[in-house]
Design a protein around this ligand. Structure first.
Ligand SMILES: NC(=O)C1=CN([C@@H]2O[C@H](COP(=O)(O)OP(=O)(O)OC[C@H]3O[C@@H](n4cnc5c(N)ncnc54)[C@H](OP(=O)(O)O)[C@@H]3O)[C@@H](O)[C@H]2O)C=CC1
Ligand SMILES: CC(=O)[C@@H](O)[C@H](O)COP(=O)(O)O
Ligand SMILES: [Mn+2]
Length: 388
């Protein structure tokens, strides 16, 4: 269905980096917010609720519910709680579009709820597709629903594929900034601090994805995300390091033509494309000047040093629940690193350890299998890291 006017949006993860930028886009597009959801940022949720007047606000963390209830007592906004609340908000009949921008595996059930309710899904929450790609894509297909990519690389690939048949696609070039530690050796990485890892050279993002970008885990997750979104085999994806983050990714066609999408590194461009698709509207973003950059560079990734990327590729080649295993190991390891309980290089060791030691299905799986594997792998990593 094509919309020329306003749309009603449910936004999951509204207080985060993607969430707040989505609200900026909705404001200038004149789109209505039907529901907002976050984990526990009560003050920001209250501010957003007062500005956008949604019908529903969901707070995931149970303890924050009473605080928000008190804060919004003078409004007629309905409050929902927990993952169940996010699922309810995702499936509201009046939604035209659900934007899932929560971080981590917790986004999986709301993603499935939106698809089962036949709601078009703008997906930033890449962990969902990595952990349960087959389940998510099968649910989308069974319900005849589109998944619109928000992740900048996948939006670039999607944009570069408009007007072409999938049969004409030869392969894709998935660009990576290389993160703050591009060119570093394994020995250099041993000394990395939390503060250094939290500083991405080109993008302002949430803490978890910023760490993932620095280890190249983000590119591993994106490799798997691209396979599911665009029905590609692993040998059809080439990761290319491009430190300027101006070419956001490209598609190579059977005739040898390569079509890329370019722009300044600003997530409002891919976010807005998912909101207005298949149309384009002006964005409040700086224009790209190629002469300002002068040179654009492209390099091969160092798979020996950045072991998270190679672990993800190994996992997706094994298939089944192995992508879920590497994702859950990484989520747990990054949480421990952010709490300064493990070192930077322990993240890559955890991901490889889980892949080598956790035994699971290489075949079909259910939602319950995914949730069980996630819990088991998290326990395994806590034991691996925290047992003296
Ligand atoms: N930031 C970026 O530029 C990009 C991000 N992405 C992907 O988008 C997703 C979001 O990233 P980003 O915005 O950076 O992350 P942030 O950490 O900035 O925001 C995460 C959001 O998720 C919410 N959240 C966290 N845990 C839960 C939970 N248990 N229940 C409900 N809500 C929860 C947070 O709420 P609260 O504030 O209350 O904690 C917050 O609103 C990730 O999957 C990331 O990989 C993809 C491409 C680019
Ligand atoms: C903005 C965005 O899409 C991030 O996922 C980005 O890709 C991070 O950059 P790198 O992972 O390439 O460093
Ligand atoms: Mn990305």
């Amino acid at each position: 269905m094509e919309f020329e006017g306003s749309k009603k949006i449910t936004l999951l993860g509204s207080t985060g980096s993607i969430g707040t930028q989505t609200l900026e886009c909705c404001s200038h597009l004149g789109y209505k917010i039907n529901a907002l959801a976050a984990n526990r940022s009560v003050a920001l949720l209250e501010k957003q609720a007062r500005e956008f007047s949604p019908r529903y606000v969901v707070v995931s963390e149970k303890e924050s519910y009473s605080q928000l209830k008190l804060a919004l007592h003078d409004t007629d906004i309905k409050l929902l709680a927990g993952v169940e609340g996010m699922c309810e908000a995702a499936a509201l009949p009046e939604n035209d579009l659900v934007v899932n921008s929560v971080v981590g595996m917790v986004g999986l059930r709301p993603t499935l709820a939106a698809l089962q309710a036949k709601k078009t899904l703008a997906l930033a929450n890449k962990e969902t597709l990595v952990a349960a790609g087959k389940l998510v894509m099968d649910t989308a297909r069974a319900n005849g629903v589109d998944i619109l990519p928000v992740d900048s690389e996948h939006s670039a690939i999607f944009q570069s594929m408009q007007g072409s048949s999938s049969k004409e696609v030869h392969s894709i070039i998935l660009t990576a900034s290389g993160g703050p530690f591009l060119g570093k050796t394994a020995a250099d990485l041993e000394k990395v601090t939390l503060q250094q890892a939290l500083k991405h050279p080109n993008w302002e993002m949430g803490a978890k994805i910023t760490i993932d970008s620095s280890t190249l885990m983000n590119k591993g997750l994106e490799f798997i995300e691209a396979m599911w979104l665009f029905h590609l085999r692993p040998d059809q994806i080439e990761v290319v390091v491009h430190p300027q983050s101006v070419v956001h990714s490209a598609v190579e066609y059977v005739d040898g033509s390569i079509i890329a999408q370019m722009g300044v590194p600003d997530m409002k461009i891919p976010i807005q494309y998912a909101l207005t698709y298949p149309r384009r509207k002006p964005t409040p973003v700086k224009r790209l000047s190629l002469t300002e950059y002068g040179n654009l560079t492209f390099l091969k990734p160092d798979l020996d040093t950045f072991v998270c990327l190679s672990s993800c590729i190994d996992a997706v080649i094994r298939g089944g629940l192995y992508p879920c295993v590497v994702n859950s190991a990484n989520e747990q390891a990054v949480a421990l690193f952010l709490q300064q309980k493990i070192s930077y290089t322990d993240i890559g060791k955890c991901v490889r350890y889980a892949l080598d030691h956790y035994s699971c299905s290489r075949d079909r799986y259910t939602l319950e299998d995914v949730l069980f594997t996630d819990q088991q792998v998290r326990e395994m990593i806590k034991e691996y890291c925290l047992t003296p």
